[in-house]
Design a protein around this ligand. Structure first.
Ligand code: COI
Length: 331
């Protein structure tokens, strides 16, 4: 078997090389993301490994199949950017990595929460100009707060446990109620919004939850709520978020993922003014908003697991003639 991997970063490369040597399977690595411009490189390979937040269109997927690809293994968990009908129609077997390091993202959610409630961004700004005064940036204490976890999958479950360690009151919402979190579940999102001081999002993006945090949802939240998004930008209606921040309803927001981030993240615009998104620039200028470029996942542990699991999945698909793999998606 032969695998081709797209969008391979320098920090991933040693893991690809090690896996390839250990399994005696050639893996060609390509720096560029998989697009219709380079899809022809797939010819002669059995499987593809890729990671990206940009869309995988029907056209691209059809061209993958036309170039002989039957097995496609993502190095990430999210599949919201993939035309899944096209994957199915083309008979491609798709795997993701549902749990490469839930702790990486969960730790980042906690970090972001603490940075927000202790106003760390304001201090960094003040100290850069020599101001070491305390006021007015007095903090709040996490253990006195109620944290609402939306989504109790791998990452949300891990976040729940971490927040619990701070002594917070935890409430949670998930469509499916898992027995291990039964003590935390509220019946509906309205209940969670009404009680939570901090709301942390850990759900995948689907057509049902796009803009779940809109004006209506925000109006049901407590005054002075903090919103943490380490999941997908499109879960939040950015205009509604800005309105909520402007009127002080929302005390702060930490967005590791933000709307329309695909053309922004992993780009160096060289200056603040050159960032091609006015709403993002607006948010970035606020002391009570933390923007980070989708790095919650980005740890050595996670990157290693993403590469190894993707390649293991791809090999399993090949070995079983497409029948099975640890994370084969049912489409
Ligand atoms: C995911 O695993 O879906 C992420 O959000 C990480 C990113 C590298 C795509």
């Amino acid at each position: 078997m032969k695998i081709i991997a797209f969008g391979v970063r320098d920090d991933e490369l040693p893991y690809f090389q090690k896996w390839s040597q250990q399994h005696h399977i050639p893996v060609k690595t390509v720096k560029e993301l998989l697009t219709t411009d380079n899809v022809k490189l797939c010819k002669g390979y059995d499987g593809v490994s890729s990671v990206q937040l940009k869309p995988y269109s029907k056209d691209l997927i059809t061209q993958m199949r036309n170039n002989g690809i039957k097995y496609w293994s993502l190095r990430n968990v999210g599949i919201d950017n993939i035309d899944l009908d096209a994957v199915k129609q083309n008979g491609i077997k798709l795997t993701n990595v549902p749990s490469y390091s839930p702790d990486a993202v969960a730790e980042f959610a906690v970090l972001s929460t603490l940075r927000l409630i202790r106003q760390s961004k304001a201090y960094e700004r003040k100290m850069r100009v020599g101001n070491f005064m305390w006021a007015p940036n007095i903090g709040k204490e996490l253990h006195e707060m109620t944290v609402g976890i939306i989504g109790t999958g791998h990452i949300g479950g891990s976040a729940l446990k971490y927040f619990q360690g701070f002594g917070c009151k935890i409430i949670a919402y998930n469509l499916v109620k898992y027995p291990e979190y039964q003590d935390y579940y509220v019946d509906n999102l309205g209940e969670l919004y009404a009680q939570a001081d901090v709301i942390s999002l850990h759900v995948p993006l689907t057509n049902d939850d796009r803009h779940m945090i809109d004006d209506d949802a925000i109006s049901k939240m407590k005054d002075g709520v903090y919103i943490i998004n380490t999941a997908r930008g499109e879960l939040i209606d950015t205009d509604a978020l800005i309105r909520g921040l402007d009127r002080g309803k929302i005390a702060g927001a930490a967005l590791d993922s933000f709307e329309n981030e695909a053309p922004i993240i992993q780009h160096d615009f060289k200056s603040f003014a050159a960032i091609p998104d006015a709403k993002l620039r607006n948010l970035m200028q606020r002391d009570n908003v933390l923007i980070t470029p989708h790095v919650g996942f980005y740890t050595h542990t996670a990157v290693r697991n993403m590469v190894y699991s993707s390649l293991d999945n791809n090999k399993a698909l090949f070995d079983s003639n497409g029948q099975t793999a640890p994370s084969l998606l049912k489409l």
